[in-house]
Design a protein around this ligand. Sequence first.
Ligand code: GRF
Length: 203
Amino acid sequence: MKNIAVLLSGRGSNFKAIYNSIEAGYIVNARIKAVVSNKAEAPGLQFAKDRCLSSYFVNPSEFESRTAYDTEIIDILKSKGIDLVCLAGYMRLLSAKFVDTFKNRIMNIHPSLLPAFPGLNAQKQALEYGVKISGCTVHFVDKELDHGPIILQKAVEIKGNDTVKDVSERILIEEHKIYPEAVRLFVENRLTVNNRKVSIDYS
Ligand code: GRF
């Protein structure tokens, strides 16, 4: 059994996709043991509360430094025996301490084909750049933003008269497929990280 924590700041649709994948039996031998938010009003946190999951609002204004804040979360996650941390729209940078504590056990989803368009508003960046294809990426988290070893990617076409909303919606549909898939691969011990390369055992 693998224990999963989700860190989020907002809507939480990727969290819901992972949760629903466990509920539906697409991911087996895993459970969500903690949901942590830096925003008290995050709808994703409410979704967790409504399902009686252990949920935590950790208020950044109560901590002196990023490391102190992350130490609080690390303590929560350790007390829950967390194996995998899923960032799902978590809008805070992680400290080096957090990344070291859960090395190769933190995943993130980003709405572009990394390494293109890291950072905020990736869909808008892609549209304004004029790329014809964008997509989404699930990757392990390292100390650089939107940078760690890539687990899965899915391409999405950008059409001539697309708005940012159109592109974001089309990418989000794929996010909700590849994030649960990546979690499932992790839970089934099929991922091996070697420097930047993630190999997947499909046997
Ligand atoms: C998604 O677009 C994800 O790729 C990015 O933040 C957004 C979070 O959306 N990291 P949600 O909260 O999962 O609905």
